[in-house]
Design a protein around this ligand. Structure first.
Ligand code: PGA
Length: 249
């Protein structure tokens, strides 16, 4: 069974609502491609105009984060039901920037993953090692641990619909992409870990992206690897280049 590629932009903390609509209008014709799922993960304040702007196109909207409670006294946070009501279908969880600057842990990521599924949102679950961990040769073990915690108490049926983004921290925003072989090695190990936790069907169904300095020049090679089902793209998702990444073939 061939997995459909999923190519997602992670806008991070860029673009005002007005700028977001302008960028979507610019990219809409460039990312028209039914062979892959195309997702724009945008800042919370851009979600409502972005959902409106993508109507009638192949683009789906994702959030960059959400909280794991239903509602209540959590000033500044956004609840899953709010995302759903606004027309969001995907949510990035556990991005390394959230872990580093906002103290997210594997445990909070797991709570968020379960909440996302309860609400019918598709989580894009991020994992990845630091440069030190890579040099120490413990990156596979580290990532297996991140995956095992993120998927605690997640059913096989849910896991089949999940998206995992392997993003080596040393490759994010640095221009230093992992080689296609390095990315494939870890994505295959992640699929193996899912096979151990669940079964062959789940491992074959789950989609695993690579992220970290993906651009129009390296997307085709990365996405041709057997265990790489697309990309999570930061910097290059804010430019016309994103169209080339989506149409990498
Ligand atoms: P980058 O970011 O493509 O700018 O390296 C990727 C990400 O953080 O998702």
């Amino acid at each position: 069974m061939a997995r459909k590629k999923i190519i997602a932009g992670n806008w991070k903390m860029n673009k005002t609502p007005t700028e977001a609509v302008a960028l979507i209008e610019e990219l809409k014709p460039l990312v028209a491609n039914d062979e892959a799922d195309v997702v724009f993960c945008v800042p919370a304040i851009d979600i409502i105009p972005a959902v409106e702007a993508v109507k009638g196109s192949n683009i789906r909207i994702g959030a960059e984060n959400m909280y794991f409670e239903e509602s209540g006294a959590y000033t500044g946070e956004i609840a899953p039901a709010m995302l759903c009501d606004a027309g969001v279908e995907y949510v990035v969880l556990g991005h390394s920037e959230r872990r580093e600057y906002f103290a997210e842990t594997d445990e909070t990521v797991n709570k968020k993953v379960k909440k996302a599924f309860e609400h019918g949102l598709t989580p894009i679950i991020c994992c990845g090692e630091s440069l030190t961990q890579r040099k120490q040769g413990i990156y596979i073990e580290w990532i297996r641990m991140q995956i095992k915690i993120a998927f605690q108490d997640v059913t096989a049926e849910q896991a089949k619909k999940a998206v995992i983004a392997y993003e080596p921290i040393w490759a994010i925003g640095t221009g230093e992409t992992a080689t296609a072989e390095q990315a494939q090695e870890v994505c295959a190990a992640i699929r193996g870990c899912i096979r151990e936790i669940y079964d062959e069907d789940t491992a074959e169904a789950i989609r695993i992206q690579y992220g970290g300095s993906v651009n129009a020049g390296n997307a085709a090679e990365l996405f041709s690897k057997p265990d790489i089902d697309g990309g999570l793209v930061g910097g290059a998702s804010l430019k016309a280049d994103f169209g080339k990444i989506v149409n990498y073939k």
